[in-house]
Design a binder for this molecule. Structure first.
Ligand code: GRF
Length: 193
């Protein structure tokens, strides 16, 4: 009998990483586990990724952070929603909120994030632009465990990429690398679980 392996994805926007993860893992049997993307949850009601997930038959839910006065209250409700899915893994894919202890302390499972720089270089929301404008000849992508400090948890996987001549090509290369690296990271967790 294959064991189920439940994943919840958190997004805020375009959702191209979420879509890629759904296409690779949803309803697939990998390392003797039946992987199910149980839910895609967004804090942003207009996130395009919600529709992409729905088109692939994945359930979605919106929990708008603007409906909460205190960050901790949002985080606490989000944790309850995630826990309802009996998850084995939570993946942040363009989720533009820092999660506090009110979320993290309730989940005793791996929580991963993908970040478009070679961490610890260029934490924060402008990593692609900041990487492009630094003096290095490379950019990169990192997949790390989520901690309560922004983009600072233990790194699971990271890879450098040679910088393209213009920022549009660089950004495209970064996203292509993200899709490959996030899949590799999830496979690593699946293999070890
Ligand atoms: C990605 O570059 C990811 O690394 C960053 O936010 C972006 C999300 O893109 N955290 P998408 O919503 O997956 O298309």
């Amino acid at each position: 009998m294959t064991k189920p392996f439940n994943i919840v994805i958190l997004i805020s926007g375009t959702g191209s990483n979420a879509l890629n993860l759904i296409e690779h893992f949803h309803n697939k049997t990998i390392f003797d586990k039946k992987v199910i993307i149980k839910k895609v949850i967004s804090n942003n009601p207009s996130a395009k990724g919600l529709f992409k997930a729905q088109e692939k038959g994945v359930d979605t839910f919106v929990l708008n952070h603007k409906d909460f006065i205190k960050r901790e209250d949002f985080d606490s409700v989000l944790a309850s929603l995630v826990l309802k899915e009996s998850p084995n893994l939570v993946l942040l894919a363009g989720f533009m909120r820092v999660l506090s202890e009110a979320f993290l302390s309730k989940l005793d499972i791996p929580i991963l994030n993908i970040h478009p720089s070679y961490l610890p270089l260029h934490k924060g929301a402008h990593a692609i632009k900041d990487s492009f404008n630094d003096s290095n000849d490379f950019g990169g992508v990192s997949v790390h465990y989520v901690s309560k400090e922004l983009d600072s948890g233990t790194i699971l996987l990271q890879e450098k990429i040679k910088k393209a001549c213009d920022i549009e090509s660089f950004e495209k290369d970064i996203h292509t690398l993200e899709y490959k690296l996030y899949v590799e990271a999830v496979l690593k967790v699946l293999k070890g679980s």
